[in-house]
Design a protein around this ligand. Structure first.
Ligand code: PLP
Length: 358
């Protein structure tokens, strides 16, 4: 479909129609999986590390949803590394204290090697982030944060960072472009772990970077080509297939999350229920810390004890079971990724386990 036609469409529709083959007799409905390592010479693609039509279809859809040019990667971490590669040696990166553990690890590793400097901030404190962005090369953040669920003011932080000449990159994994469009709010780059909501079925690892600047998109593409962090064609096909149903999955998962938050509120086994008001990730803090929280995740039949999130099935885990998780995350914090099951079934299973540990 022509770009101009896209601009009139609701994002829920774009997720369904963008990136399809042209409507022509006998054209397939979906871009097929292109399993090839090389192409006949003389065209635009030439070699499997340079491009693949299965990636392009995924990139067309995510680019249309985020409002920029998308470059897909083999994982969210590969996408994050490509963005960090934009920072000149010794440049300052401002990042949330409670970012995803992999993000904190890659920032700390690069800082330790002297490749960049990093300052961790409370991303919900806009004034503090604005002050820290003076002299920064990149203000990086995710919002809501994983797993603390703090929310950043993307527009205010972007404006402050731009005053100081810093680039702004937002990890939009938790919200997805259907709930939050960072580029429209002033960010320069958006990053996704497409492994999560975009794919949505816990069967794919993939990542992506989206930017409205052609020059920046070219440098990101160059990073992918040279580092070789390319998605597999089948993964790109599956991730795109997942994105086709993103709107309905998210609508259901979010409604389930909101209902569970309502029912969880004030439960005797809990110290706190954290929910930013949108999306389908909820963090609960179990009274008594690690031991009762570990008991909780071992007592359910529907909820799966697993580390990823954003799938159709509900998963949960105590985040501090990972030694890399920040010590400022409560020991008893259990992150719930609410799926699309029937909410009464989810509640019965969770409430039964909570009552048993209360
Ligand atoms: N960003 C966030 C917010 C995440 O939660 C994760 C993974 O859990 C990543 C990035 C890394 O993505 P991937 O596991 O696809 O490399």
């Amino acid at each position: 479909m022509h770009e101009a036609a896209h601009s009139e469409l609701h994002p829920d529709t774009l997720a369904v129609v963008a990136g399809r083959p042209a409507h022509a007799p006998d054209a397939p409905m979906n871009v097929p999986v292109h399993l090839t390592s090389t192409y006949v010479a003389g065209g635009d693609l030439e070699y499997g590390r340079y491009g693949n039509p299965s990636w392009t279809a995924f990139e067309d859809v995510l680019g249309a949803l985020e409002g920029g040019r998308c470059v897909s990667f083999s994982s969210g971490m590969a996408a994050i590394s490509a963005v960090l590669d934009l920072v000149e040696p010794g440049g300052l990166v401002v990042a949330p204290r409670h970012s995803y553990t992999g993000t904190v690890a890659v920032l700390e590793e690069r800082a330790g090697l002297g490749r960049l400097r990093v300052e961790f901030v409370d991303i919900a404190d806009t004034a503090a982030v604005a002050a820290a962005s003076e002299g920064a090369a990149l203000v990086w953040f995710e919002t809501p944060t994983n797993p603390a669920l703090e929310v950043a003011d993307i527009a205010a932080i972007s404006a402050a960072a731009h005053l100081h000449g810093a680039l702004v990159a937002v990890d939009n994994t938790f919200a997805t472009p259907l709930l939050q469009r960072p580029l429209a709010l002033g960010a320069d780059l958006v990053v996704h772990s497409a492994t999560k909501y975009l794919s949505g079925h816990s069967d794919v690892l993939m990542g992506a970077v989206v930017t409205a600047s052609d020059e920046r998109a070219d440098s990101i593409l160059q990073r992918r080509t040279l580092a070789g962090a390319v998605p597999a064609p089948l993964e790109a096909f599956l991730a795109l297939r997942g994105m086709r149903t993103l709107a309905v999955r998210l609508e259901r998962a979010q409604a389930n999350a909101q209902e569970l938050v309502r029912r969880l509120d004030g439960h005797a086994a809990l110290e706190e229920v954290r929910y930013p008001g949108f999306g389908a990730v909820v963090s609960i803090v179990v009274r008594g810390g690690a031991a009762p929280a570990d008991a909780l995740v071992g007592r359910t039949r529907l909820w799966v004890h697993a580390t990823s999130l954003g799938g159709v099935e509900s998963t949960f885990e105590r985040r501090r079971r990972w030694p890399a998780e920040q010590p400022t995350i409560p020991d008893g914090l259990v992150r719930l990724s609410v799926g699309i099951e029937q909410v009464d079934d989810l509640w019965r299973d969770l409430a039964g386990a909570l009552d048993a540990i209360a």
